[in-house]
Design a protein around this ligand. Structure first.
Ligand code: HEC
Length: 467
């Protein structure tokens, strides 16, 4: 009964808000036509709150749906679709944001700053794209008169962060026992694991912000401090969470720094500059400088964050014994590649940045390669029958056309081991997950595979995988 009442209340509230949103939209257009700037601005702020409200009410709607589905066979399905939808939104917003970030960093780097530049300009740039020619100018500080239609770039950052945080909650907080916590790393309870996750993001931002404010004057000191900071967090997360969650949290931390740079520094600074210019005052150049430094440092975070987002598919990285060193090496290597691109866009040549970055990344691939088993350790030839039995005992509860597991009702990633053929064909993947990264059986070795069984699979592969 309570479910139906809340559903009804929710529907009514949702429809009312949507109707108000349309009305406000019409009003704004009407005021725009009258050139009533003050009213337009006030209504636009109200409109932003309405949009925020729609998001909050939608989340409540999902909560109500959860009340209906809790404990039924559709609960898992609801989470799968939540995961799918939010992930989809997250990558879409992320692409828009990073795309804009790359584009503006490119503009900054490629600006013509010397030939035929008017006094008030920092530079200009010609471009051709999509069959049209574009001509852009960058002002040294701000134009004398701020144009009426000024485009801002902020929502892509905010929405990327918000959807990212929701995804973190859907995948890692709601399934903390399976994804976030690894008792072999640290036997946390769910509440403390989630608290560590949230608090670490907040502390991470405060620390970084202070570093930017206090150390930015000396580039070398700042770079060293930033490197120590990154190494600390990469190490810290791997000491408290499962490998996969540790990586994601490192990415979430960088993403948080990027979004918070936009929210707390870049946008407020730009607002102050616009307001000053509107009053006919000279904008404070410090605001422009601070915003520039933050957005430029964001551009070095982009490639490492993107790596983390795909790292879940690569257990040889997060499943490695020294996974935090792997993470740091890939972070530095990929930031190095971004640096190379920046230098190149400026028309300069850097001889060492690219080769060193690539070498660093290649060395990660080399170091994480599986060690060959000592043939002596494998006393006897392991037969395929033995392997077949091991896989049937330890894996097919989940990896089957008809899984018997409580949670996994469909074969994870479509991987099934029902027949000898399937096992044989997937032997490389089995080796990767069982011997190299050891993160199968899933859920902290749910089916209690022994080290001896892992060794047998190792020997079988090393002996040439007899069938
Ligand atoms: C409790 C359920 C469960 C058990 C038991 C289990 N797995 Fe998995 N497996 C999963 C889940 C969930 C995923 C997807 C998440 C991931 O990739 O880590 C997965 C993914 C995999 C993948 C990656 C497939 C791909 O395409 O990338 C391989 C390989 C794999 N498992 C092998 C095994 C082997 C071998 C065993 C037995 C030793 C095993 N699993 C036992 C749940 C299980």
């Amino acid at each position: 009964m309570i479910e139906f009442l809340s559903l009804l209340a929710w529907l009514i509230i949702f429809v009312i808000i949507v109707v108000i949103t349309y009305r406000v939209h019409h009003k704004i257009n009407a005021y725009k036509a009258d050139d009533n700037e003050v009213k337009v601005e006030a209504l636009q702020i109200f409109q932003n709150w309405l949009y925020t409200l729609i998001v909050i009410v939608s989340i409540c709607g999902i909560g109500i749906l959860y009340l209906f589905l809790k404990g039924t066979i559709w609960e898992g399905h609801l989470f799968e679709w939540l995961n799918l939808t939010v992930r989809w939104m997250h990558i879409t917003f992320g692409i828009v944001w990073i795309g804009a970030s790359f584009y503006f960093v490119f503009l900054e780097n490629a600006l013509n700053r010397t030939k035929d530049i008017r006094d008030e300009l920092a530079g200009n740039l010609w471009a051709v794209h999509g069959g049209g020619f574009y001509y852009l100018e960058k002002y040294k500080l701000a134009p004398n008169k701020i144009p009426k239609d000024l485009h801002w770039f902020k929502y892509e950052a905010y929405f990327t962060w918000l959807s990212g945080f929701c995804l973190l909650a859907i995948v890692y907080y709601f399934n903390a026992k399976y994804y976030l916590i690894d008792p072999e790393v640290l036997d946390l309870n769910v509440l403390s694991a989630i608290s560590i996750s949230i608090i670490s993001l907040i502390i991470g931002w405060v620390l970084y912000d202070q570093m930017c404010k206090k150390l930015i004057k000396n580039k070398l000191v700042f770079t060293i401090a930033m490197t120590v900071y990154l190494i600390f967090f990469a190490w810290f997360y791997t000491q408290v969470f499962s490998g996969r969650a540790a990586y994601i949290h490192f990415g979430a931390l960088l993403g948080t720094l990027m979004a918070a740079n936009v929210f707390f520094i870049i946008i407020p600074g730009q607002k102050r500059m616009v307001n000053a210019a509107k009053k006919g005052l000279a904008p404070n150049p410090e605001d422009g400088k601070a915003a520039f430094i933050r957005s430029y440092s964001n551009n070095y975070f982009t490639l490492p964050v993107l790596f983390v987002m795909i790292s879940n598919h690569f257990p040889s990285t997060f499943g490695n014994t020294y996974q935090w060193i792997v993470l740091i090496a890939i972070t530095i290597g990929s930031a190095g590649i971004k640096h190379y691109l920046n230098v190149r866009e400026k028309g300069q040549i850097s001889i060492w940045v690219m080769p060193i970055s690539v070498l660093l990344l290649l060395s990660v691939a080399f170091v994480t390669a599986p060690a060959k088993a000592n043939y002596e350790d494998c006393k006897e030839i392991v037969s395929f029958e033995e392997i077949n039995t091991i896989i049937n005992n330890r894996c097919t509860t989940c990896h089957s056309a008809n899984p018997t597991d409580d949670i996994w009702k469909v074969a994870p990633n479509g991987v099934k081991y029902d027949t000898a053929e399937q096992i044989f064909n997937l032997k490389d993947k089995i080796f990767q997950r069982v011997v190299v990264s050891k993160n199968m059986p899933f859920n902290n070795n749910q089916t209690k595979m022994t080290q001896e069984e892992r060794d047998m699979i190792n020997c079988w592969i090393n002996q040439g995988a007899q069938k």
